[in-house]
Design a protein around this ligand. Structure first.
Ligand SMILES: [Zn+2]
Length: 363
């Protein structure tokens, strides 16, 4: 059996790469390790052994800090946290809780939800509603035909995305300035979803894109200017060379080295309307739910504007982020001051995530 790769061994894994891949990895990521130490009193030893396996594992803890030099996003991984097996438990209570809310307004959107000024967009697996308390001038809901948001398949997800993108085109037709589209999915409470019934959301904004999308555009443009190379291609190459790629046709998909939170996946595709891209996202979400036991997650589509804009979007792909928000039964928030203002602290090892999803996420 080959030696299992671990995130805390990242500096060595990068040094072992072939020269070209190593240079790319070092160009994009700054990686450093440190050891955190503590001195437990004798009275705590039994509890530490029970909780962590041994006292030695706690007295010296290896921590790796990964910073994306291009986007200045970064993550701290602690060996003690990352070495725990991925929690793939499934709660039966959740299924029951979801079923108990059947018959909600989203189960009959035609008379349970408002329509947008341009009407509704309907497709095979979803229909749109207008969001009742809006984030932005145009804010719609893609209401899934399925009440249970976890009963997803690649085909259904492709249908949800297709309906969402058609909504964005309708919004642009209603207002030619609403050219910046955003598609997001907050699945269950921990991910910010207040309604259980399966739904994604779409917005269209004016002026400039949302700041986090615009920041990524600027970072990628500066990278291209400085290195004469495509940032997203290079990012995917680095992940693939380390064994973090997830093979899916027509897209680059990988478990991120600098995840925002647990088990973050990144999918890079060309056109947002490519059904191969949304099917790939659906296959990963199916693997998330089925193989990794994820219940609450966020999905976000970073897309260039529909129609022309002043700033240069040439070469900007569609980038989809998927992140696990933790066990619905857990009362502790997964985001604290570190995540909001410093760097993310993440327990799941991206090598384990890629391994779990890499076999055949669509199988
Ligand atoms: Zn419902």
């Amino acid at each position: 059996m080959p030696h299992e790769r671990k995130i805390t061994d990242l500096p060595g894994l990068i040094s072992d790469l072939p020269t070209g891949d190593r240079a790319l990895a070092e160009r994009i990521f700054d990686v450093s390790t440190t050891t955190g130490r503590l001195v437990p009193p004798e009275a705590m030893h039994a509890w530490i052994e029970k909780s962590f396996g041994s006292v030695d594992r706690v007295t010296a803890q290896r921590i790796v800090k990964v910073t994306n030099r291009i986007t200045l996003e970064g993550t701290l991984f602690n060996e003690l946290r990352a070495s725990r097996p991925l929690d793939t438990g499934v709660s039966l209570d959740l299924d029951r809780e979801i079923a108990a809310t059947e018959g909600d307004p989203f189960c009959h959107p035609e008379d349970g939800t408002p329509a947008d000024v341009f009407g509704r967009v309907s497709g095979e697996h979803a229909t749109t509603a207008s969001n009742i308390a809006k984030y932005d001038g145009f804010h719609g809901v893609v209401v899934f035909d399925d009440h249970n948001p976890l009963h997803l398949t690649p085909e259904k997800v492709a249908g949800y995305v297709s309906v969402g993108l058609q909504w964005c085109r309708e919004a642009l037709e209603a207002d030619p300035d609403a050219r910046y589209p955003f598609l997001m999915w907050n699945c269950l409470w921990r991910a910010g979803g207040s309604i259980i019934h399966g739904h994604a959301q779409v917005t269209a904004t004016h002026g400039t894109h949302y700041p986090k999308v615009e920041r990524l555009r600027r970072a990628a443009a500066a990278y291209e200017q400085n290195h004469g190379s495509d940032y997203f291609e290079d990012l995917a190459t680095v992940h693939a060379s380390l064994g973090l790629g997830i093979p899916l046709e027509g897209v680059h998909a990988f478990a991120s080295l600098s995840p925002l939170k647990e088990k973050e996946l990144v999918v890079v595709g060309s056109d947002p309307q490519d059904p191969g891209l949304s099917r790939a996202v659906g296959a990963l979400l199916q693997g998330y739910v089925r193989d990794l036991g994820v219940r609450a997650f966020n999905v976000a589509f970073f897309m260039p504007p529909l129609g022309s804009a002043e700033e240069d979007w040439s070469g900007f792909p569609t980038v989809v982020f998927i992140v696990d928000r933790g066990d619905p039964a857990n009362r502790t928030s997964d985001m604290g001051a570190m995540e909001l203002y410093a760097a993310s602290v993440v327990a799941s090892d991206p090598f384990r995530v890629a391994e779990a999803l890499g076999e055949d996420p669509s199988g």
